[in-house]
Design a protein around this ligand. Sequence first.
Ligand code: NDP
Length: 472
Amino acid sequence: MSKPQIGLIGLGTMGAALAMNIAEKGFPIAVWNRTGSVTQAFHAQAGALAQRIVPAATLSDLVAAMQGPRAIILMVPAGQAVDDQLAALAPLLRPEDLVIDAGNANFHDTNRRARGGLPFRFMGIGVSGGEDGARHGPSIMAGGTAGDWAQVAPVLQAIAARAEDGTPCAAHLGPDGAGHFVKAVHNGIEYADMQMIAETYGVLRDGLGLEAPAIAKTFAGWNRGLLRSYLVEISAEVAGASDPVTGGPLLDMIVDAAGQKGTGRWTAIEAQDLGAPIPVIEAAVMARNVSARRAERAAGEALYGPAPQPLSAGLTLEDLENALIAGKILCYAQGFAMMTAAGQQFGWALDRPAIARVWRAGCIIRSAMLNDMASALAEEPGRNLMLKPFFADLLRDTMPALRRVVAAGALHGLALPALGAGLAWFDMMRTARGTANMIQGQRDFFGLHGFERLDGLDRPHGPWAQDHNEKT
Ligand code: NDP
């Protein structure tokens, strides 16, 4: 075997799976893990692939085991661990070597590292799909220069998931932190998709009184239609699973407090900085935070009584399916619009159809609808997804159901923050004459901030300006 040109640091859940995937696709790979016993155990368990894997006892051994130009993938926790590894590699690598941070870095860190004078080349890539994706085909969102991409594209495209048309779900999306930025938006959308499914589950359970097995069947049915996606598919499986302890539905035994590693929050914060509205994602982050406050929620229920009430007037299962379709379109419209804003802010030419295509397989938000999104985004690039003819038709068909579901939720104490946020955003986005004239009037009243007039006259203040001037 020739000396590997690919190396990998960090044989945890993701790193081990990626290394196996790379070896399986025929690329020799050198690996190193901070805890040496993990490296040994990984190599010992690699079976037939062990012959293509070179385990290294030290970082220097890893570098020495490889031939240049090297490409070393870091799969360690985001933040300080990445900076520590880059510092440790600095004296060992040559300028033409490339280090690839494949963890969930904050894209601002990737920008800093890519621009910040490391003595080797550096690129950041977002990898999605969890352990199974990493092992059998993730979705890969690459940043970095075209030259960086050219060096590693053969490996990354070989290990990536394949869309139904056979295209690898790995693409170069822009310089510096562009790949990690797109991964962050992906994770924000993931939070929102999950939240909207959970909200729909809540209506089925508390509003319509369905038991978990019936909810599983409902989701499984939806997974054969427009909502076909990994997250709807696994929601059906989660709802359908039995608890080996009680024999009842496992879902009914799971504590209702959602965990998070913070990537959804990063997306929400970034959207605020960009002035890009992503209310569905923000609602999903908020909902996870509220879910964690179990004791306060219990105290609230003890004081006010439980919020959810059975629905008195009928919502149909079709209403709920259509509401979820509409919510999904609105959430993606917001996410893709955020990418447009980021592209303008950071000078990135983010190829939105390519991003939709990369998400079609391998990642957690993979879904049938992404094919149509890729096609729609390719027409009139830059235009909001909700204004594209294909999705406008779908929204015309499904928005009445979203409105009925959100209204029923409001009347019956069924909290639908993400679906409701989508509806409010949609209504604002189709209101030519909004209500911010009142806000401009208020701002001028207390702060003389001025306003523009509809008739274009140059009279930027209201009559209160005179009082204001007299008082000050
Ligand atoms: P794990 O916790 O399973 O593994 C972490 C790895 O990093 C271990 O090999 C660990 O080594 C090593 N490590 C931890 N701290 C340091 C350090 N300070 N210096 C050097 N090595 C260190 O994490 P994952 O594999 O789940 O995640 C890795 C990265 O991938 C993260 O950025 C994560 O956000 C991202 N990611 C994870 C996904 C997932 O589904 N799990 C999906 C997509 C991205 P040791 O054995 O010595 O502790």
